[in-house]
Every structure is written in C-alpha cells, then in structure tokens.
Design a protein around this ligand. Structure first.
Ligand SMILES: Cc1cc2nc3c(=O)[nH]c(=O)nc-3n(C[C@H](O)[C@H](O)[C@H](O)COP(=O)(O)OP(=O)(O)OC[C@H]3O[C@@H](n4cnc5c(N)ncnc54)[C@H](O)[C@@H]3O)c2cc1C
Length: 384
C-alpha cells in the first residue's frame, strides 16, 4: 500500500540522490577502512532513515511494507554496508518491540531508535544453534524481580555499535524447543553483558558483527517483550518474515546495480573490434539477469502488497527472499564474467559486490531453510 505517491516519490528521489552522490562515491573508502564516515551516518539520521519503518507516533516515518521495499530498491543500490547500518533499527532490532512490546517498552525505546540516537541489534543465533534456532541454549532464569541471562550469541549484526539488544533466551529449562523461549530487551551497559571481537568477514566491510556474551547478566522482568514468557520465538519468526521481504528488496536493488555496471562495461570494452555488448553470448548473460531481477522485483512488490493487506505472507516472503537472493548471486557471477579479468581485481566495484552479496543467501534464513519453510507451508495448506 502506498499512502501518498507524491510523498513516497520525494523520499525515493532523496534516497537515490544520497546513494548516487554520497554513498557510491564513498564505497571504496568504506571497504578500505571498515568504517562508515560519521558525516554519512549523520546525513542518514537527518533523512530519518533509522526510523523508516518505526511508527510515526514514535518519531519514525512509519512506512508501509510496499513503501519500505520501494525505499530499499533505491538505498540497496549502494554497497550493502550502508543498508546494514540502518537495518537493525528498522528491522530485526526494533520490530519485536513494535509488534509485541508493551506500551511502556515502545515509549522507552522506539523514539531513540527512530532518531538513530540508539542502535538496536537482534540476538538469536548461537554457536550451536543457527538454522535450528528453536534449539537455542541461552538461559534466562527468574530470580526475584529479574531474569539472569547466561549464554553466547553469535554473528550479531551491529553488536559492536549497539546500545540495546533484543535477545531470545530460554525461560523454561524443561523445554528444548520454541515453546520455552522468551524475548528480552537488554541494554548494552547491563553488568554481565560483553561484546566479542568484531568478526573478520568475506565482505560487507563497514558493517560489523560480533559475539554477545551474557555472564550472569541481570535483566529486569519489565524487559521481557510483551510482558509474557514463552512467546519469544513467535516474536522472532514474525520479525524475520518482515525482514525477509526487506532483504529480498535489497537483493533486487544490488542486482540491478551490478547489472547496470556490467552493461556499462560491456558497452565500453572492445574486443575483436567491437564493444563486447554486441556479442550475443554477452547479451544472453545481460538478458537472463534482466529477466530474473525483474521477476524478483515483481515478487517483492506483490508480497509487500499482500502483507499490507494484512494477509499472512510467510510463504511469499520466504519465496521472495529465496528467489531474490539466489538471483542476486547469479547476477553477481555473470557481472564478474562480463568484466573478464577486470572483474576479478578490485579496480571495479563488482569484485567487492560479488563478495558482499554472498551473505544474502545465508542470513535471515539460509536458502535451504527457506525451501523447507515453503515446502512445509504448502503441505500445511493442502491439508487444511
Ligand atoms: C554477516 C552475518 C550477520 C548475521 N546477523 C545476525 C543477526 O543480526 N542476528 C542473528 O541472530 N543472527 C545473525 N546471523 C546469523 C545467521 O542468521 C546464521 O548464520 C544463519 O541462520 C545460518 O546459521 P548457521 O550459520 O549456524 O548455519 P547452519 O545452521 O549450521 O547451516 C549450515 C548449512 O547447513 C544447512 N542446513 C541446516 N539445517 C538444514 C536442514 N534442516 N536441511 C537442509 N540444510 C540445512 C544450511 O542451509 C547451511 O547451508 C548473521 C550471520 C552472518 C554471517
């Protein structure tokens, strides 16, 4: 749903200008230094991007899902590290509070997340539980007016920068599955919480992940999301459903960027006396990439519209993320191929983007887990 086309167009136009004039020119330096310049962070805050999907009553822009994917189509053309900077505040870090938080929790955290004054992370994955997230082992043991958290979370995006974490932990020690899991809001300065060394990653330099370690970390009972035990895993899965649509939109955007770069190179590079774009085998790679990115864009918009209509899009979000992330990998591969040797050295963005986009097939549900989700949902629906 687009509430007001002119307002959305203006926002998308502003973001596109930011991408073209500030973000893309800064990409190589961000990859070199592993840091996003403070001036760019300040500009993204000024534009309200940290609060894109946080409701207006808490100071955000309160975009609908269809509006959000349109903004992601524009922002996602820049190196993924820039999106990652605002991703957790808008997505996995804040959505648990937005969807299931108490009025007090919303009032306390959302305004600071919307302005970017506070950074939020989402801590689900653990060393022994990734795809099988429901088997997580971090414990939250009730002790008077607090829960005592013990355990380690792994690969947590923006953990080195985060001020607050939404943490999934097991409150019912008798369970080993989703039923015993609750979600907590944990401030970074809570005694017993520490952050590991930032991970050295394949790509997306400028975006940071690290372990988050809880060692007898006392969290007030008031910080359990929604004020209830045992519903944390449901909260996490709702958050990921929405996140998958956002990631799918980003995959479309960066695929379109890589394709534009490959086309520009093919038009400029000459071999056998003519631009390589004239060769039909090059055109086949361009055409397949165009068709597939267009298909993914259409899926993302359709799923976003359905979500805005209030429909359950568990299957569609999984389909969109699966197809768009796999498509993005194929487009990245073809774009390197079209660049020839130049695609393998770092003079062109494609060498870096090829590594950056590899992540999209892994986080917020691997491709295999999405296949399982889609298959399981199909069988469930057939048996209804
Ligand atoms: C850069 C980065 C950022 C991340 N950010 C966050 C974050 O902010 N918060 C957070 O909580 N997590 C985060 N993650 C974790 C991410 O979500 C997990 O890495 C992902 O869910 C996969 O889990 P795993 O790494 O343990 O792999 P595993 O679950 O061990 O999977 C390994 C392989 O086995 C396959 N596999 C597993 N189970 C099955 C099955 N049943 N059938 C078929 N194949 C299967 C997988 O598809 C994969 O190919 C991040 C990860 C990275 C790398």
């Amino acid at each position: 749903m687009i509430r007001d086309q002119a307002t959305l167009d203006a926002l998308v136009e502003t973001v596109s200008r930011l991408v073209a004039e500030r973000l893309i020119p800064a990409e190589a330096a961000v990859a070199e230094t592993d840091e996003i310049p403070p001036a760019i962070i300040a500009e993204m805050k000024r534009l309200g991007l940290f609060g894109l999907s946080i409701p207006e009553e808490y100071g955000g822009l309160g975009v609908t899902m269809e509006e959000e994917v349109n903004v992601a189509f524009a922002l996602g053309r820049a190196a993924p590290a820039f999106r990652s900077l605002i991703a957790t505040n808008n997505g996995i870090g804040s959505q648990g509070i937005i969807m299931d938080g108490t009025p007090e929790q919303k009032a306390k955290y959302l305004p600071a997340l919307a302005s970017g004054e506070m950074i939020a992370s989402f801590a689900l994955t653990e060393p022994e539980s990734g795809s099988d997230a429901a088997s997580l082992r971090t414990r939250a043991t009730r002790d008077g007016d607090a829960y005592v958290l013990n355990g380690t979370k792994r690969f947590i995006t923006n953990a080195p920068e985060a001020d607050v974490f939404t943490v999934m932990a097991r409150t019912d020690a008798a369970t080993t599955d989703a039923r015993g899991i609750s979600a907590f809001i944990v401030g970074r300065d809570t005694p017993g919480l520490s952050i590991g060394k930032p991970d050295r990653k394949m790509g997306q330099r400028g975006a940071h992940t690290a372990d988050v370690i809880f060692d007898n970390c006392r969290v007030p009972c008031a910080n359990i999301i929604g004020g209830r035990e045992g519903v944390g895993f449901k909260t996490a899965m709702k958050v990921l459903d929405k996140g998958r649509l956002h990631i799918a939109a980003v995959c479309v955007a960066i695929a379109e960027r890589m394709l534009a770069d490959a086309l520009a190179y093919a038009l400029e590079r000459k071999q056998f006396g003519q631009p390589i774009a004239e060769f039909q085998l090059i055109q086949a790679m361009l055409a397949d990439s165009k068709a597939e990115s267009y298909a993914a864009r259409s899926m993302v918009v359709d799923a976003a519209r359905r979500r805005d209509e209030g429909r359950d899009v568990g299957t569609e979000a999984a389909c969109a993320k699966l197809f768009a992330s796999e498509m993005c990998g194929r487009v990245a591969d073809r774009a390197v191929q079209i660049h020839g040797g130049a695609g393998y050295v770092s003079d062109y963005a494609i060498e870096r983007l090829y590594r950056d986009v590899r992540l999209f097939r892994i986080f917020e549900g691997t491709s295999q887990i999405l296949q399982l989700v889609i298959g399981r949902n199909m069988i469930r629906d057939a048996r209804r």
